[in-house]
Structures are given as structure tokens and as C-alpha cells.
Design a binder for this molecule. Sequence first.
Ligand SMILES: Cc1ncc(COP(=O)(O)O)c(C=O)c1O
Length: 442
Amino acid sequence: MPDTTHRAINDLQSYWMPFTANRQFKAAPRMFVSAKGMYYTTEEGREVLDGVSGMWCVNAGHGREQITDAIRQQADQMDYATAFQMGHPLAFELASRLTNMLPGNLDHVFFANSGSEAVDTALKIALAYHRARGEGTRTRFIGRERGYHGVGFGGTAVGGIVNNRKQFGNMLGGVDHLPHTHNLEKNAFSKGQPEWGAALADELERLVALHDASTIAAVIVEPMAGSTGVLVPPVGYLDRLRKICTRHGILLIFDEVITGFGRTGASFGAERFGVQPDLMTMAKGLTNGAVPMSAVATTDTIYDALMDGPTGMIELFHGYTYSAHPLACAAALATLDVYETERLFDRCAELAPYWEEAVHTLSEAKNVIDIRNIGLVAGIELASRDGATGARGYDCFLRCYEKGLLFRQTGDILALAPPLIIEKSEIDHIVDVLGTVINELD
Ligand SMILES: Cc1ncc(COP(=O)(O)O)c(C=O)c1O
């Protein structure tokens, strides 16, 4: 037996880091020890501008006192309450608050703890809904290439990122994928929504013809694909998906884990792009990243279809120990207050044109082959080095970090999504650092 009792406290080996090159990281660790507003502080005392809102979640900036106070007070009053067959007032208050701000008729909310859980929950609700209506043959899901829907078996199966799939076998069966919408020849350097690509939604008709509508439960897409490198939906694309789903009785799920809570310049992507889903997942910005929490919103039609049978019967055999956790509910309510009082979603919309102009000034920088943007999001795509996809992106990530700027790097794509409290001078700074670093790289 290896002796693990005498490991030094700062031994880096025990922690198996997620989505991280563990050996590379542990050879040269990067540690944050505090965070406030737009900035992290590193172990060495350096400030780093957070260009990606934690991980697309800290939309109101770090260390918001209103949110931490709410968490503290709730921890004092009631740390935990079981969510099965019992309730607590904040859960109901939060659900009502959300349904009031959600677009259209998304009038019911189911709580979970992560984006991945929200996705699996949404997929299961879709299956249960069809079954409750006597259409139990509808078990197939249609995702999209380059989609990211978390790391549960359901989310990985409907997702379309090869590295996230190849280690894990076949996952959920009966899944098919739409083509992604990324096309550099047609759409490179588009500002906002690209003009070309709406017809890619018609591929759904082809899949319906192949599998038959009676086997398809739902289509799941991110309104804007974030994790795969900021793919903004072409004009008219989501609208066409909506129409085809409606025509064939297929549910449309928007995974708004990234696009929710102001990121695109409206409360939700559904609003920004003017298309109404039947189910919507949310997470990240829901609590400003302060406590893990996610949610799935559904229409009356879906909820009512499942509120059937004897009233004493559990309608949906699904839920989590920490569904609607009191600390998460307190954090979410305080977060929604901050968003509202500071009008942060409007602020995002107001800053978006400045952001767009600023990031597109990088179009002349070395090796930049595309820049895309929407709201306070940008994706900057660098040409890959021969035989070394991702190496240039990683070098850029590291050098920017050394110069005090953090963003998210996916292969050779740099994804930026700063907190919605960002100042114009900080936007200029981000672009300055990026421009310098990109031009220095071979
Ligand atoms: C669109 C989308 N769905 C789901 C997830 C998974 O969320 P989590 O990491 O909280 O499980 C993410 C995370 O980035 C996401 O961007």
C-alpha cells in the first residue's frame, strides 16, 4: 500500500484536475487565490483580468457582496433542506422570478446543480413528455456537430465535440447530429450573426426523412455555441429549426447555459434571436457562479402532460439531493437583484457595438483567420501550426496569462466573454494585450 498519510499539504498530485493537462499544469502551476470585480489575484500577487467571466458564469463580476451576504445569511438560517416531498420558500420564489423573466410560455422550472445535469434533465423530461402523451416511440435525440452540452452520458452523446466523445464508447443510443454552422469561406469576420447558413437547418428535414418523426423526441442546440469556439447562429437558422420541429411534433431544447443571463445582450438567447424553445437549460450566470446551480424551464404543455394520473403519485422520477439547494437559491435571487438594479443585460447590449469594433481591429493581426462576436462574446480563430493543432492557441493563452489576461482557449480559438461590468478602457486593454501577443507568436 502506498503511504499517503505524510503527503505535504501542497502536494499537487492528489487532485485530478478537470479538462486540464494535469502533468503539464503540475509542472508549472497557475493558482488564483482571490477575485474581485474584473480581476483575479494569483498566488504571486499578480492581477489577472478575467476575460471569460470565470467560465462564462461570473456575469456580474467577482466577489459581489450582495450575493455573498445572501449566501451567508441563508447558511445561518437554514443550511440545507431536502427537496423531495418537502419545500422551502426560496425555491418557489426563485422559480416564479425566473418564469417572470423567461421568454414566452416557459412557465415551470426544475432545479439541478450543473449544466450537465440540466441537459440530462431536459432530455429525460422530453422522453417522459412524449411517453405521457402515448408517443413513447419518440426516443431519438438530434444534437449538432460541435455542440457542447456538458459531460453526462446524455449531454456527451448529443454533443458534437470529438475529444469529449471518443474515450467513452457509444454512450446514449439513437442519437443523430445536424451539421455545425461554422464556415470560414462564407462567413469569416462576420460581425454579429453571419448572413450565410440558414439553409443548414434544413438538414433536420433530411434526418426526419431518414428516421421518421415518430422516433424523434427532441432537437437540442445552443443558440450560440460557446465552448466549441463561439459559433454565432446564421440569420434565420434558429427560426427554421423551430419551424421544422413544430411541423413534426419534435421538441426544441435551447441549451442556454452560456447564453442565458445577459451574455448576448438580451436576458436569454431565445430573446436575442427571437426564437422560442419548448425547453430551456440554464446554469452558470444563474448564481453568478457563486454556488453551483442549474435549471430547466418548460412550457405549460409539457408540465401539464406530466401532471397526470393519481394525485398522490410522483409524476417525474427524477431529481437531485441538492435540487433547489437553499444556498444556491439565495445566491440566485441576489444575483437576479444585481442584474436588475444594475441593468446589466442592457449594459451588455449598450457595450456590444464598442466590443465588436474593438475585437475586429485584431483582424489584421498575424495568423488571425476569423473573428466572430455577439453581445459581450468574441471568438478569435488563429491558423493552426502545421501538425500541431492547438499549439498556437495554447501559447497565446499562456503568454496572455503572464501579461495579466485570462480567456478560454479551445484549440486555436480564443474565446472571450468578460463580466458585463467591464469598462471600455478594459476592453481596450484586452485588445492591446491580445494584439501584442498574437503578433509576437510564431
Ligand atoms: C451550453 C452548455 N451546456 C452545458 C454545459 C455544462 O455545464 P457544467 O459544466 O456546469 O456541467 C456547458 C458548460 O460550459 C455549456 O456551455
